[in-house]
Design a binder for this molecule. Structure first.
Ligand SMILES: Cc1ncc(C[n+]2csc(CCOP(=O)(O)OP(=O)(O)O)c2C)c(N)n1
Length: 406
């Protein structure tokens, strides 16, 4: 089957059907298309949102002011995040707002996929149909796709309803533009990181900020995670977020010949890592809990942190790894620059906050953390091309983790 060229998809299947705007959270099935949009379309034509529900919200508002359909894109694991605004804002039973959902289909029946996709995958079409959202699975050729989207747009407009194009894996060709977006590097986010990392600012009243005056960021995500693992005490555990963060912890633990009893790898549930770690802490008052989370995951449900962090105990340390991108899905930027991310983080009610970008700064923060703590570590965007995925069944990982408390 020939792979679909993202540029032709955009021009023919979307613009050809009157759609010029797209908002959403990245997904690896849609990687080629999203890398193309990220490199060539800018706000407000293309907006990477913090959560899938926000994409539906923007698409609904855009329709209200333009009477034009927009794309709200997402991975099927994020469909649940978007169901509230779909059901209670856009649905034909409420305001009847046409939106084209473009949904990456992980865990499609018959295809091998990771455990976190095995429930949502087979339910995806059913979830759409029980909610009354008409859908089509993306066909193989561009003319067929263009025709299917024309039909969906017609249904959406006539039926005053969201509709969905469900996209199986490996359908889009990779987008390449003179190497500009390979391996996660991207103009906007990287520029923002470089620009703000070159100053040292110390504001002990609210945040301890030790960032080097170097032009380039010395640490990668992997090196930052190595620092976390290195300083763990005997009773300390990690709880880590979806994607590369957990896979790097897995890799390092294996390299060290350690079992996984002191690391819970939360392979799904993007955005819910801090509440998960908070829950672990309730039954683990003695050791420290290091919650290791990517900046995309941190942003997705940051309001949970606003509620929890003030009362969080002294043994919970939240390490947010700020690389400015969704590295695990191909490097699409996160929708906030470093200054704003740090301002947001600085306003959250942890008792201690550290912003660092070197190993020395990170180790110092670990040493000084003695209350509910946030450490934002600003890292560069280099990642290994391939990272191991846990070969153990999630039950095995769960039981190993549980065994460290018994
Ligand atoms: C609810 C939900 N939406 C989208 C995804 C797809 N997804 C998997 S990893 C990832 C990127 C995570 O980014 P970040 O937390 O910044 O970590 P990084 O990959 O940069 O280390 C995304 C969007 C998902 N797993 N779940």
């Amino acid at each position: 089957m020939a792979l679909i060229d993202p540029h032709l998809f955009y021009e023919q299947a979307l613009v050809g059907n009157g759609i010029t705007h797209a908002f959403g959270v990245p997904d690896s099935c849609l990687k080629g298309l999203l890398s193309y949009l990220y490199a060539t379309k800018h706000v407000p034509e293309h907006i990477v949102t913090a959560s899938e529900g926000a994409a539906v919200g923007i698409a609904a508002g855009y329709y209200l002011s333009t009477q034009k359909l927009a794309v709200a894109y997402m991975q099927n694991s994020g469909l649940a995040n978007s169901l509230n605004p779909l059901q209670s804002l856009a649905a034909k039973e409420v305001f009847g707002i046409p939106i084209l959902l473009v949904i990456g289909w992980r865990g499609r029946p018959g295809e091998h996929d990771e455990p976190e996709h095995l429930l949502a995958g087979p339910c995806t079409l059913e979830t759409l149909s029980i909610n009354g959202f008409p859908y089509e699975v993306m066909p193989d050729t561009l003319p067929e796709i263009t025709q299917v989207i024309a039909g969906l747009v017609k249904t959406a407009k006539e039926g005053h309803t969201p509709v969905a194009l469900v996209v199986p894996n490996h359908r889009f060709a990779e987008y390449r533009s003179d190497g500009a977006i390979q391996n996660g590097a991207n103009g906007t986010a990287y520029g923002a990181l470089r620009g703000t990392a070159s100053k040292i600012c110390r504001n002990p009243s609210r945040v301890e900020e030790w960032r080097s005056a170097e032009e380039s960021l010395p640490l990668s995500r992997e090196q930052a995670i190595r620092c976390v693992i290195k300083q763990l005490g005997k009773a300390d555990v990690t709880v880590s977020s979806v994607g590369g963060n957990s896979r790097e912890i897995y890799m390092i633990r294996k390299e060290n010949g350690e079992d996984l009893s002191r690391s819970f790898l939360s392979i799904g549930a993007m955005g819910h890592t801090y509440p998960l770690a908070y829950g672990v802490q309730i039954g683990h008052p003695l050791g420290r809990i290091f919650c290791v989370e990517g900046d995309g995951s941190f942003l997705m449900h940051v309001s949970n942190i606003a509620v929890l962090a003030a009362e969080a105990p002294s043994n919970l340390v939240h390490v947010v790894i700020h690389n400015g991108i969704h590295a695990s899905t191909g490097g699409q930027g996160i929708p906030i620059d470093t200054n704003n991310l740090l301002s947001l983080a600085g306003s959250l009610p942890y008792k201690q906050k550290f912003f660092v970008d070197t190993a020395e700064g990170l180790f110092q923060a670990f040493e000084w953390a003695e209350k509910s703590t946030l450490i934002v570590v600003v890292v560069n965007q280099s990642v290994k091309k391939t990272l191991p995925r846990p070969s153990e069944h999630p039950f095995e990982l769960r039981d190993a983790f549980i065994s460290s408390f018994t």
